[in-house]
Design a protein around this ligand. Structure first.
Ligand SMILES: [Zn+2]
Length: 692
């Protein structure tokens, strides 16, 4: 799972990047002051008591003086670094475009894709023409057999169950190609539920006032899109499309249920589908998807597959055709004339995320280039922004934190020796990727034209799908990356027993080669610890050192772990960002556990790095205090209400403030800041959750 929240695939990625200048105070130095490294004291509010309001103690100064720009749903360290990475990437792309690279070269593709996004006049001039043939093909569907084929044609590699966690696809189903649950040395085809536009089933089923209002706006939006595309009777069609999405959502598993890999480990032969999920002509579906010859699949949510297939049979053909047409228009609206892009933004940007204004076009263009040609850009990015010295320093931190985990595991009284041995073996085989991948994706089969944005997007999605399908059955490269170097995030890849820390997250304030160790361990160190701990937690305990699905814990180990986990879930259930909305301690449990484990191990790694020497003070703060403040400053954030509600409902990560507050589980925090009983965040020693 990844470190930061990106749960609602494409749109969330769009919402994460934007206005550069305002969030920058989290990242860059103020030019009028001497350069400093380490914690940012100006961003704190030292008038508060750390034990009462830890989050604002660390970040109150920044929160007070920072306004959310109109084109953002949220800002924080992640968005500020993403802005920095985008700005650097855009400069690289512009350089490339100016150098007039030779036709057919990788650099020519980057330039052409970027320019095709920026050329608004060409997009307007083409109007609906690029999408027309696809809409005509949908209109020509005359029976359920043809429908099944068309549904198969929409399958894309657009979900990811365990790495960059994303359980959302607007297509009927989604494909994820990854090492097999039962044979981790070969790539397998995972099929996942899909078929709805809104981020999660809750958006269709929840009875809250907020959700009911959103659904009413959604109805207006779907009708508006159909009208723009020239459909007759748009209101009635919209109503039927949404009723179908609602029926699909009812068959979906919840996000908490999706986290259980044991429930997800269902191998279906292709021949099993008609009996296990009747209603859809599966032979036609797989033919449409180009998967006729692929013999077996891992079906993540069998009940959803049965339910959705039955809906194909039970729902009139005309409704499905409208659903297909609307879903196609919606998916590509951002690459059609402005009226479509604006209407899409009106709902998905403003209503769903509460962001009043779209990001500048160049930033959206960078996002598109990163998505479709990310490794080609990343190769140059890594060379320029991640020197070998920084890589060596980050690798030394990883070594100290891994060593801290070894000691913690060895010292556990509750864990059986056999379990400890397997945990140590997982540390032995763990691959920690720092900065950039060892091999790069080859884009030679992807055709890019300077005046054809729609075609570039269409072919790009298809290229990625074909690339993934071509890997099925092939040997796994455990050192393969799932993020580009210019991505501000970090990820644990459980089936590969591997971690990726891209170059773009290894930047100040997370990681600064010139900062004191305390700040680096508190900031990026706790992120590294977070990802390592996923190797051993509820998620990691399902996979052994080879990445195979095998529970290597004894029942007694598991019982102890679950009891401690239940206490942490209760701690988070009690947080209430809104009077009518609490956190879901179970939905966020794996991430909250990783936060506690991550900071504990990073703290040990930090102490070890001092090798007995005293830590330098910064502005009167001791080394330990700097460590915890740096951790708290990771989570400086401002979020719009709609976006925060969306996060609480759909994200496996808790909102920033509550992630920072997890210091209340760490004994050293109490000593560092003299936190006493009676203070808001105080927990009696017996109530602090310690697992590792
Ligand atoms: Zn995580």
């Amino acid at each position: 799972m990844e470190m930061s929240s990106q749960s609602f695939s494409v749109f969330m990625k769009f919402a994460l990047v934007g206005a550069f200048a305002l969030a920058l105070s989290l990242v860059a130095q103020d030019a009028s002051k001497p350069e400093t490294h380490g914690i940012n004291v100006v961003n704190m509010d030292r008038s508060l008591m750390p034990g009462d309001n830890w989050y604002l103690y660390c970040n109150g100064g920044w929160i007070k003086r920072t306004e959310l720009p109109p084109d953002r749903a949220r800002i924080g360290v992640f968005t500020a670094l993403t802005d920095l990475s985008d700005k650097r990437t855009a400069a690289l792309i512009e350089e490339i475009a100016k150098s007039n690279p030779p036709a057919g070269s990788g650099q020519r593709k980057i330039a052409d894709l970027y320019n095709s996004y920026m050329d608004e006049a060409a997009i307007e001039a083409k109007g609906m023409a690029p999408i027309e043939p696809h809409l005509k093909a949908i209109a020509a569907i005359s029976n359920k057999k043809e429908l099944a084929f068309a549904l198969g044609q929409t399958l894309r590699a657009d979900e990811d169950a365990l790495n960059n966690t994303n359980f959302h696809s607007p297509h009927l189903f989604g494909l994820w190609v990854a090492p097999g649950f039962n044979d981790p040395s070969h790539y397998a085809a995972y099929l996942l539920q899909g078929g709805v536009q809104l981020p999660d089933r809750e958006y269709y089923l929840s009875d809250s006032q907020h959700m009911r209002e959103l659904r009413s706006k959604y109805q207006t939006h779907v009708a508006a899109m159909l009208k723009l595309a020239g459909f007759s009777d748009p209101d009635a069609r919209a109503q039927r499309i949404i009723a179908l999405e609602h029926a699909i959502a009812e068959k979906h598993l919840s996000l908490a249920e999706n986290d259980d890999v044991h429930k997800a480990n269902n191998t279906w032969a292709q021949a099993d589908f008609p009996t296990k999920a009747p209603g859809l002509d599966w032979a036609e579906y797989f033919r449409g998807a180009g998967l006729s010859k692929h013999a077996s699949f891992i079906v993540w949510q069998p009940t959803a597959f049965a339910g959705e297939a039955a809906l194909v049979d039970a729902t009139p053909l005309e409704t499905w055709k409208d659903w297909l047409a609307y879903h196609l228009i919606e998916e590509y609206a951002g690459y059609l004339p402005k009226t479509f892009a604006d209407e899409r933004y009106e709902f998905f940007g403003k209503a769903l995320f509460g962001t009043p204004q779209q990001r500048p076009r160049w930033q959206r263009a960078v996002t598109v280039v990163n998505r479709l040609l990310g490794d080609d850009v990343g190769k140059i990015y890594a060379q320029r922004y991640f020197p070998p010295e920084a890589k060596a320093q980050a690798q030394a931190m990883v070594a100290n934190i891994v060593a801290a985990f070894r000691k913690r595991i060895e010292a556990l009284a509750w864990m059986a020796p056999s379990t400890k041995a397997e945990a140590q073996e997982k540390l032995n085989t763990l691959y920690v990727g720092i900065g950039y991948p060892e091999t790069w994706i080859e884009y030679s089969g992807y055709q890019v034209r300077p005046d054809d944005l729609f075609g570039n997007m269409w072919r790009g999605n298809l290229f990625e799908y074909d690339r993934q399908v071509a890997r099925l059955g092939k040997p796994v490269d455990r050192r393969e990356w799932s993020m580009t170097p210019q991505t501000v995030n970090a990820v644990n890849l459980p089936l590969q027993n591997a971690l990726n820390f891209p170059a773009a997250i290894l930047q100040p304030p997370f990681f600064d080669p010139k900062a004191p160790a305390a700040a680096n361990y508190g900031a990026i160190g706790s992120v590294i610890g977070h990802e390592i701990s996923h190797t051993f937690d509820t998620e990691g305990s399902a996979f052994d050192s080879a990445g195979r699905v095998r529970n290597w814990w004894t029942p007694e180990d598991l019982a102890h772990f679950e009891a401690a986990a239940a206490r942490l879930a209760a701690q988070y259930d009690a947080y209430k960002p809104f009077p009518d909305l609490s956190l879901n301690g179970k939905q966020t449990l794996a991430e909250n556990l990783a936060d506690v484990a991550g900071i504990a191990a990073a703290y040990d790694g930090y102490r070890a790095s001092l090798a007995g020497k005293p830590a330098p003070e910064q502005e009167g703060f001791s080394g330990d205090q700097q460590f915890f403040i740096a951790f708290g400053q990771n989570y400086a954030a401002k979020t719009r209400e709609a976006a925060l509600r969306q996060q609480v409902t759909t994200d496996s990560h808790s909102p920033a403030e509550y992630r920072a507050d997890t210091v209340r589980n760490i004994d050293a925090w109490y000593l560092s800041f003299d936190v006493k009983p009676g203070q808001m965040l105080y927990l009696a020693p017996a109530d602090r959750v310690r697992i590792w």
